[in-house]
Write a protein that binds this ligand. Sequence first.
Ligand code: AMP
Length: 410
Amino acid sequence: MSFSALGLSGFFQHTLDELGYTAPTKVQEQAIPAVLEGRDVLAAAETGSGKTAAFVLPLLEKLRDHTRPHSHQVTALILVPTRELAVQVKQAVQEYSLDYPRRLKTLAVYGGVSINTQMQAMLAGCDVMVATPGRLLDLIEKNAIRLDQVEYLVLDEADRMLDLGFADELERIMNLLPAQRQNLLFSATFPQELDVLIDRLLFNPVCIEIERQNKLPDSLIQRPIEVDKAQRTTLLRYLLAENRGAQFLVFVASKRTAENVADKLYKYDFNVDTLHGDKPQTERNATLAAFKAGKIRVLVATDLAARGLDIPLLPFVVNYDLPRSPADYVHRIGRTARAGEAGTAFTFVDPDNDAHFKLIVKRNQLNVSLEQIAGFERTTISESTPAKGQLPVKGKRKSKKDKLREAAAR
Ligand code: AMP
């Protein structure tokens, strides 16, 4: 199946050939004709499936005959949950429009950077806007953007937008859109809370791959490793030494841990940097670009900052801390083994995390077994594991508060 056969103009084929896209991915095969037909689309697709091209390509095709919108107006609005994704989607739009027959104005608007530049840029109209909800509303309040002529609306990673608490912002944005428009909603998972949004947004949508849930590629090897909490950095160093020169994306639970782990690696001369929400956006963009260009070997990141990152040829992901939700586990390890490449995801499981890891395995129906690495075997047992012969009393498990009280009393 070729891209032209899906209804895209010939010049796209040239651009896509240059990019090395030999054939459309599954979600592209289904979404592109539906969008071209003018249908609303509901697609189950995660990062790595080729979802960005699945909505960007047909939108660009449709925008060919449009004239540039007037000052402050937007024709196609793509809403995304994070700044990083905004930048990435904007880059995709630019890449795919290399051979475009007319000049196309594409803007990414997101928080954490100066709002003035974004206001200036909107003095002329914008064909394709990629925006995070918060900053978009700020710009609307400042009269820099109007949404009453939006013809195409895309919600990318809709589940994540709700996770991040954007429900109110989305509602406000939808109230500003014209009734007549085409809507596309992409989401990796379909939690119940999404139903309201789906009902509110989509009219008789074409549903794509709804039954597929978080499928991981066969070329992705998962290696959960039992290790003591205090030994995790040493184990990470060991893995880095074992896989000389290879790039690693390391996930941690907090900004502080990110800095701590990076400091420790730095002391051992590793080329390392961090990606988390405390850093200015310009710095985050630069770090990400440097990592993608292979100039940084180890990137220690929090979930929010690393969500949706598309880093081709990333061979190793490490869950230094476990992700909070089973779905995040799949999102994280899905950063490696893209497009048929081999990849390995290490997950550090310390004694306190056994139960949480079991839940991640069960929910995602993973076929994995915990391993031990010689020299790093656990020597501690979990605080929550009852001593032998001493069963926990139901309903009497100590809460965190209880433990704190006990500690204070000591
Ligand atoms: P996405 O799911 O949109 O994050 O895309 C994941 C990666 O797949 C990106 O690096 C795209 O450039 C790439 N990609 C998208 N469509 C294709 C295709 N048809 N053939 C090869 N690579 C693709």
